[in-house]
Design a binder for this molecule. Structure first.
Ligand SMILES: [Cu+2]
Length: 128
């Protein structure tokens, strides 16, 4: 036989468990914000991107030029789903796309092209 107090405690425990599961599910299903950056010969468009720090960034680099390009940024150190040390740059061949997801921490992150002779290609990702 269960007392009224037992039932009340059980109801509270179930409510707490459901609340925890909802928060867990929300955390696991954190929406990404997609940032598309086009690499051309010889610039990145847009050269400045602003994103909110609340959600991870799905970063897509599209090479619309004729030259190979290599997106490089310290932001790539925060890539998710990478085993070992994440690469500091993403090579992108012409007519191809490179994609990764990075965790966000507020800050200003410069990016550039790591290809020899492409020093003029650069930009900024501002996470706020
Ligand atoms: Cu380049």
């Amino acid at each position: 036989m269960t007392s009224r107090v037992d039932r009340s405690m059980r109801a509270r425990a179930v409510t707490s468990l459901v609340t925890l599961l909802v928060f867990w599910a929300m955390g696991c299903d954190s929406p990404e914000q997609t940032v598309d950056i086009v690499a051309e010969d010889f610039r990145f468009t847009p050269a400045e991107v602003r994103v909110a720090a609340e959600h991870p960034i799905r970063l897509r680099i599209v090479n619309a030029g004729r030259e190979p390009h290599e997106f490089k940024s310290v932001l790539l150190a925060r890539q998710t789903g990478v085993t070992g040390t994440p690469p500091s740059s993403l090579p992108v061949l012409p007519n191809r796309k490179a994609e990764t997801v990075v965790r966000t921490i507020p800050g200003v992150y410069l990016f550039s092209c790591a290809m020899l002779g492409h020093a003029g290609m650069g930009g900024t990702i501002i996470v706020e």
